[in-house]
Design a protein around this ligand. Sequence first.
Ligand code: MRU
Length: 348
Amino acid sequence: MELENIQLSADEKKVIIIDQTQLPNRLVYLELDELEDCYQAIKKLQIRGAPAIGIFAGYSMYVLSQKYADLPYEQFLDKFRKQKEYLYASRPTAVNLGWALKRVEKVVLDNKDLPVSEIVTLIGREAKAIHQEDIEMCLKICEYGLTLLKDGDGVLTHCNTGPLATSRGTAIGPLLLGAKRGYKFHVFADETRPLLQGARLTTFELMNGGVDVTLICDNMASLVMKNGWVNICLVGCDRIAANGDFANKIGTSGVAILAKHYGIPVYSLGPTSTIDMDCPDGDHIKIELRDPEEIRTMWYREPMAPEGCDCYNPSFDVTDHSLITGFVTEKGIVYPPFRENFEKLFRE
Ligand code: MRU
């Protein structure tokens, strides 16, 4: 079963997504064309994963801007910017959201002499290009990632980085691609507390793709590594700083620290659009803090903490560049020294 996580409706007036909060129990599609619904879809993680959020944001701006295409340019630009800023405020950590929004805004600014209706058509073209480029980038990342793997490998992954989080998958993309080519891997999927992207989404995607997967709680990663069952760790990334520190789902840095202890290589896979050369290091990455109820009560039949119990719920953590073996991008695999090699990558 191939699932398309983000699409435009046939008349291009709505953006259609799979509601990821309903998986794996229900496959529900949402058709969105209101600013608040698009904002909430990102905020509530109905659409999630750094690249998918970027693709969705581009389409959202296209769908929304069609509704005021009859305004004069200055008024159109003002409304476009307000909506863009609002969507941008939905989640702060992943670079792809701001990156995609800036791309569609540039179309509006660069074409101010055209009729607004034509500008809107160009916004749609840019949004489709962002999506198409992500598909192509994912396919390349999958190919490069597969070169790191051999038949029979044990792999540990964290959170969800498959076609639901991107267009075709990044960190688990090579596993899905390898399975199609007859490789047999054994994957340990961290459940990824508190929102359980690993349990709900990664197992769903890997089982769907014919990859052997075992679900573990996050605190079991050390034991499976100690047992010698993990040859490599593959994780995603939400923002990579210029020095190679990178933000990814909370718990990733713990995986990397454990892997270093056990001598297991760790690769982070993501498009070069995730590399933020304006961000010098991990200390400059803004970390999203989420609702304490995700820890206190969500998923439980009754609260699992005393009422009013203080909670700290960061959605991401930063893995130090010294813990990562390399970054797999659509332009190839980047090894340390990262700053120098990222610069080289962008010069090529
Ligand atoms: O909070 P989420 O589910 O959006 O977090 C997702 C991750 O951390 C992914 O690893 C990252 O976005 C890369 S997706 C290919």
